[in-house]
Design a protein around this ligand. Structure first.
Ligand code: PMP
Length: 357
């Protein structure tokens, strides 16, 4: 049998394993920060109609520039943005890959503050971009001073900031974004996949886009919109950044079905985003309850919570799985991450946690 090692694969991919959380068939799945609520029936119908209307024309390529969808996304974001400021792709993963293809690549460097979203270094690897794992503070925090010092030392072509940060859950102080923008010689990407769940008072980097042509904010419909299966991510930036990613995007990368489904979902955003408040309530309930039980818990502006357990987190992860609750071991010694879903899922998680120290 041929194995990967027998193939003339790139040296830097040898011995690697693909990214992916386990997709296990367990009663309570709280490991990938999905929205636990199914798409409401009226929205199912609207998406069905919109997709059906495209079927006869599938002999033709879709709108390569996805202009109508980009206009809808810009209208959703507000901040005076237009279709020219927005670009869409199959998930924000693809958006970030395109950004690295355009602004990173061989001979170039990308820097991120770990622990953060583990796909950022993998996208760097895939695009031949050298990855610099910069550090966060003891409590997973990041001050402007710490961030700027590391950007100054490495002079990266691309800086990844993640706010709210995955896996810690905490949003960045806007002063950090501003300081990094001042110092960074290249592009600064603020990954805001979880922005809709942020606690009141949190400021999106969208607010500082005017006058900062090297700032890119990435968003997704996978989380708050409950549209992970639809695969729709997007960015907001200066129109010149949109011109740049068009140099590397595959032609017709976003299918007519995806564009139609995403537009129908956006037209029903009130129904879809109606789950956000309920999820934030469960998030705050998990934080409060685990703290009351004596666990260390990171502040969360997202739809998940990072919490500490005693001893080996892999043992605690297994104990929870045996109780039918799948959470995420992100490889941080002593910590696990749980997604906030429905009240019933929170009940099951908190009950299972009684067996974990
Ligand atoms: N950014 C962050 C911080 C994430 O946690 C995720 C999903 N886990 C993504 C981006 C990618 O999401 P998608 O490709 O579904 O838009």
């Amino acid at each position: 049998m041929t194995t990967l090692d027998d193939l003339p694969i790139r040296d830097d991919l040898r011995g690697r394993t693909p990214y992916g959380a386990p997709q296990l068939d367990v009663p309570v799945r709280l490991n990938t920060n999905e929205n636990s609520y199914p798409v409401p029936e009226p929205v199912v119908e609207a998406i069905g109609k919109a997709v059906a209307a495209e079927l006869r024309d599938l002999n033709r390529y879709p709108d390569r520039d996805a202009v109508a969808l980009r206009a809808d996304l810009a209208a959703y974001l507000g901040h005076g943005l237009t279709a020219d400021h927005v670009w869409a792709a199959n998930g924000s993963n693809e958006i970030q890959q395109q950004l690295l293809q355009a602004f990173g690549g061989p001979g170039r460097t990308a820097l991120g503050f770990t622990p953060a979203y583990s796909m950022h270094p993998l996208l760097a690897l895939g695009t031949g971009t050298r990855w610099v794992p910069a550090r966060r503070g003891e409590d997973f925090g990041l001050t402007a001073g710490e961030a700027v010092a590391q950007v100054r030392e490495h002079r990266p072509d691309v800086v990844f900031l993640c706010s709210p940060n995955n896996p810690t859950g905490t949003a960045l102080d806007p002063a950090v974004v501003a300081a990094v923008l001042d110092e960074a010689p290249g592009v600064v990407i603020v990954d805001e996949a979880y922005a809709e769940f942020a606690r009141p008072g949190t400021v999106s980097a969208l607010a500082v886009l005017p006058g900062h042509p090297r700032l890119v904010v990435t968003r997704t419909m996978s989380k708050a919109f409950g549209f992970a299966g639809g695969r729709l991510g997007y960015l907001a930036a200066d129109p010149a950044v949109v011109d740049a990613v068009q140099l590397v995007r595959l032609p017709y990368h976003l299918s007519a079905l995806t564009q139609a489904a995403a537009r129908a979902a956006l037209a029903h955003r009130d129904a879809l985003l109606g789950t956000v408040a309920a999820i934030m309530q469960q998030r705050d309930r998990i934080v409060a309850e685990l703290r009351a039980r004596g666990h260390r818990v990171a502040d969360s502006d997202a739809n998940f919570v990072l919490f500490a357990v005693e001893g080996d987190q892999a043992v605690a992860w297994r104990t929870l799985l045996d109780a039918g609750v799948l959470v995420r071991d992100v490889g941080l010694p002593g910590w696990l991450r749980v997604t906030a879903g429905t009240p019933t899922e929170t009940d099951a998680f908190l009950t299972a946690m009684e067996t974990v120290s």
